[in-house]
Write a protein that binds this ligand. Structure first.
Ligand code: FAD
Length: 117
């Protein structure tokens, strides 16, 4: 049972890291197509998340707080907010959502300069 809880937490940490990094790298001024892609991605991500109980909770959060995809700031702020909803449910402290960009810097700035980020 402890092993299960540890594995679930490990999966959660790795996933959140990836999830927030996706938001931090989302275009600042996305096209309609990029906005649609992120919205679809988030819904499929929630549906396919490997921990079934988590997926169910997260889909309920999504129904209540639909993804914000109009800009990088909107997406990153929304993701931080929704993670804080999960934190609250699990009785974890609230995370400060300022400075997300620096916190989730993947070292991919070179790609952006080349225009493919
Ligand atoms: P985590 O919550 O994993 O966070 C990792 C790190 O991210 C933190 O150390 C902090 O640096 C940073 N962080 C924290 N809050 C934020 C924020 N708001 N914005 C940006 N960065 C932040 N576990 C369950 O037991 N039940 C569930 O129903 C459940 N649902 C989940 C749903 C999803 C979609 C995901 C990805 C995970 C879920 N988990 C669930 C796992 C849970 O959220 C944690 O990942 C796990 O408990 C480990 O917690 P942690 O304290 O190490 O920090």
């Amino acid at each position: 049972k402890l092993g299960n809880a540890t594995a679930k937490a490990e999966l959660g940490r790795a996933t959140w890291k990836y999830f927030h990094t996706v938001m931090a790298r989302f275009p600042e001024t996305p096209t309609e197509d990029q906005q649609d892609a992120l919205r679809s991605y988030i819904h499929l991500f929630a549906r396919l998340y490997p921990c079934g109980e988590c997926a169910e909770h997260f889909q309920q959060h999504l129904n209540k707080y639909p993804p914000q995809v109009s800009s990088r700031n909107a997406a990153a702020g929304w993701a931080c907010f929704i993670h804080n909803e999960v934190n609250a449910m699990l009785e974890k402290p609230e995370f400060d959502c300022t400075n997300l960009g620096a916190f989730y810097d993947c070292g991919c700035a070179e790609d952006e300069a080349k225009g493919d980020g």
